[in-house]
Write a protein that binds this ligand. Structure first.
Ligand SMILES: Cc1ncc(C[n+]2csc(CCOP(=O)(O)OP(=O)(O)O)c2C)c(N)n1
Length: 322
């Protein structure tokens, strides 16, 4: 890859990293209501996969979804505003961290229900097939979701209907505090795709270049009509399950191992191998800091939704009456 291409990936990686750190800070200030599940340590998956997509492709996200939205081109100021409940947010501040959707970028939405995004993505891929559109649907999902009924049922339908579905299993090795070896006898979750006759691979989810290359090949398979693919991206959550979880159950040697294999460090190594100077990545970090500061300021200065809007969108529009 060229240095410029790598720098572009680095910009997305660092934007996600800083976005999550900024949201944690806002949470500590008491501005975030509800849960916040940081994507720290998993940035290379969203970045690499979304860099392989075309403008018409869809994505479906998870409860740990900020990175997917950013990598797909979401506006960070509207995301922060949503997360702190402001009117300028993606859902006018009524959805919060786990319900951001952005139809303009084909982001069909995050989802607070583990495993629930998979059937939605299968539906989107089925729609694209019926309409004979050249587009794929990526469903980001998780190791915990791989134990849900929706995983097998939806993947089987995608297989028999030969749908252009890319199921990306972000195996961060924990579901809340339960390590993968306590929830599955199969450590390599991609084998589950093989059981449904789906082309399935495992990759290093911390290496953005490896993720991008696999995502490009998988997308082409889908567009060639070869049916769904399952990509198990092996990674590690570099924090507790949610912002208030200290993650004290995470083994120190594992944490240290993955910190040394941090997605940003891995990308910097690729940059250095391409002949780039480290100051080029540093300059990008400075630019992202400026953009993030502006996004936080925009969100802080934005108005809260009115009580009228709250009653309309949350109550009346949902079928109730006043
Ligand atoms: C159907 C359902 N069951 C339980 C929960 C509560 N819950 C939220 S996140 C989570 C763990 C998810 O672990 P995993 O699927 O591996 O994703 P990760 O948080 O590691 O990204 C659970 C049990 C939920 N949101 N939905």
């Amino acid at each position: 890859m060229t240095t410029d291409e790598l720098l572009s990936l680095y910009r997305t990686l660092f934007t996600i990293r800083l976005f999550e750190q900024s949201c944690i800070q806002l949470y500590r200030e008491g501005l975030v209501h509800g849960y916040l599940h940081p994507y720290l340590g998993e940035e290379a998956i969203a970045t690499g996969v979304c860099a392989a997509l075309g403008p018409d492709d869809y994505i479906v996200s998870t409860h740990r979804g900020h990175g997917h939205c950013i990598a797909r081109g979401g506006q960070i100021e509207r995301m922060v505003a949503e997360i702190i409940g402001k009117e300028t947010g993606y859902c006018r501040g009524f959805g919060g961290s786990m319900h951001i959707a952005d139809m303009e970028t084909g982001n069909l939405g995050a989802n607070g229900i583990v495993g629930a995004g998979i059937p939605i993505g299968v539906g989107a891929a089925l729609g694209a097939t019926i309409r004979k559109e050249q587009r794929v649907c990526v469903v980001f999902t998780s190791d915990g979701a791989a134990n849900h009924g929706t995983f097998g049922e939806a993947l089987n339908l995608a297989a028999i209907w030969n749908l252009p579905l890319m199921l990306v299993v972000e195996n961060n090795q924990f579901a809340v505090s339960t390590p993968i070896d306590k929830s599955s006898r199969v450590a390599d979750l991609y084998h589950r795709g093989e059981g449904y006759g789906v082309h399935s691979v495992a990759i290093d989810g911390n290496d953005v270049v490896e993720v991008l290359h696999e995502a490009q090949q998988s997308r082409q398979r889908c567009l060639d009509g070869d049916g769904p693919v399952l990509i198990e991206a092996k990674t590690y959550r570099q924090a507790g399950h949610h912002v208030n979880d200290p993650g004290s159950y995470m083994p120190a040697d594992q944490v240290a191992h993955y910190k040394a294999h941090d997605p940003l460090l891995v990308c910097r190594r690729h940059l250095s191998a391409s002949g780039a100077d480290s100051s080029q990545a540093d300059a990008i970090e400075a630019e992202v800091h400026t953009a993030m500061d502006a996004a936080v300021l925009f969100a802080r200065d934005s108005p809260e939704p009115s009580v009228e809007d709250f009653l309309h969108f949350v109550h009346e529009a949902a079928g109730g009456s006043r």
